[in-house]
Ligand binder design. Structure first.
Ligand code: BYC
Length: 368
């Protein structure tokens, strides 16, 4: 079988470098560990120094830029600038962590779902989130960092995940509201990523978006049933949930465009197709109409259709709260991280058993 060395590293002897084997990436852990350590330990002035680039590298970058400009996809085996690789790794791994941590607030209500039908729907949805996390870890691994390294960064508090999952789920209506608003915001943000320039991420997003659309609809349906056929207490419960989730959902799209350090480059590379503020506005416009159908009020006295802009105006977002939550000081940050670390530790026996089974298979194959 033909082996092809990846053009990423040069620090190890050729025999120890990572390769593409039969179309699959075969990682050398030692190589990647060396690589990330080197990144972390460089002094600031060295990190900021523009690297000397060979003629070959300049030509590779020119070809890469031309591909991006033509709207072509970049595959894992293609040459890519180091900063493009790191930006994607940051975004995809954060996205994967969000899906996995996102299982927790809803998982909290599986045992308390009010009917068998709602329990089955919620179980399927939470399992879907787990699946999304796995597709995304797999997409991120094609960029040369192992899933273990990404999970370690999450558990060490070094990696981000979506701010929205640091809020508590206080009533059953929170589950419908997460489906309607959180998944609704997720779809708005994620549909453009189906056209992301990095093909493995775009492919994962196509599958994910199909499932997210079911998630959003089941949430809306659950709230509609309570609002139409429920008691006054149940309707009040829905309104209370919407009041608590509305503003954190608007924060999901990230900081305003003029305060978003990664947007310009992300857009240039076709990683991001639509800006944070544009997506937020689209979400407000869509949900303001859906709220009328549900019969709930969105908790913003300034929310109003503006015929000149042909969009809804809305009130100011509390960005200090957003940065507090992103910085680790939201209502549930500590609880969420502790739950993930515990799940990892409790699952050690499963990983050990899987490894023992794999070893047995190899021994059997070698003996045959
Ligand atoms: N929460 O320059 P910016 C789901 C960070 S899963 C936390 O605009 P960028 C679901 C940002 O990372 C939802 N951090 O960044 C799952 C950056 O920090 P670093 C997750 C945030 O990347 C289960 C800094 O702020 N979706 O929906 O250009 C059940 C400056 O921001 C947040 C995705 O991950 C936030 N909300 O744009 C139900 C989608 N916002 O990394 C639902 C993929 C910003 O420089 N990701 N930050 O230290 C994206 O589309 C983009 O990464 C973002 C941010 C729009 C989120």
């Amino acid at each position: 079988m033909r082996l092809r060395r990846l053009p990423l590293k040069g620090a190890l002897p050729a025999a120890q470098q990572s390769r593409i084997r039969g179309g699959r990436l075969v990682l050398n852990r030692k190589e990647f560990a060396m690589y990330t350590q080197a990144m972390d330990q460089q002094p600031k002035e060295e990190r900021e120094r523009k690297p000397v680039r060979s003629v070959e590298e300049v030509e590779l970058e020119r070809r890469f830029d031309a591909k991006i400009d033509a709207g072509d996809f970049i595959e894992a085996k293609d040459w890519m600038p180091e900063h493009y690789r790191k930006t994607l790794l940051r975004q995809i791994s954060q996205h994967a962590h969000s899906e996995i941590v996102g299982m927790l607030p809803e998982g909290n209500w599986i045992t308390r779902a009010p009917t068998l039908k709602r329990k089955a729907i919620l179980l399927a949805k939470v399992q879907d989130e787990g699946g999304h996390g796995l597709y995304l870890y797999a997409a991120a691994e094609t960029l040369g960092t192992s899933r273990d390294q990404m999970i370690d960064a999450l558990h060490a508090g070094k990696a981000k995940y979506s701010s929205i999952f640091n809020y508590p789920t206080l009533s059953w209506a929170d589950i419908g509201t997460i489906g309607w608003l959180v998944d609704g915001a997720a779809i708005m943000n994620q549909v453009p990523i189906c056209r992301c320039s990095y093909a493995p991420y775009a492919r994962a997003m196509i599958r994910i978006c199909r499932e997210e659309s079911f998630h959003q609809r089941q949430g809306f349906d659950s709230l509609l049933v309570m609002m139409r056929d429920g008691t006054p207490e149940q309707r009040a419960m829905v309104q209370d949930a919407v009041n608590r989730w509305w503003w954190p959902c608007l924060m999901m799209f990230g900081p305003p465009d003029d305060q978003s350090p990664n947007s310009a480059q992300g857009m240039r590379w076709g990683i991001k197709r639509v800006s944070n503020d544009t997506l937020r506005q689209k979400f407000v416009d869509a949900t303001a109409e859906q709220a009328k159908v549900l019969g709930v009020t969105l908790p913003d006295p300034l929310l109003k259709w503006n015929p000149e802009r042909e969009h809804h105006d809305f009130g100011p977002i509390d960005w200090a709260e957003f940065w507090r939550v992103v910085g680790g000081d939201g209502p549930c940050n500590r609880e969420r991280l502790a739950a993930r670390v515990k799940a990892w530790d409790d699952g050690a026996w499963v990983r050990d058993a899987a490894l023992a089974h794999a070893r047995k298979q190899v021994t059997k194959q070698e003996a045959a």
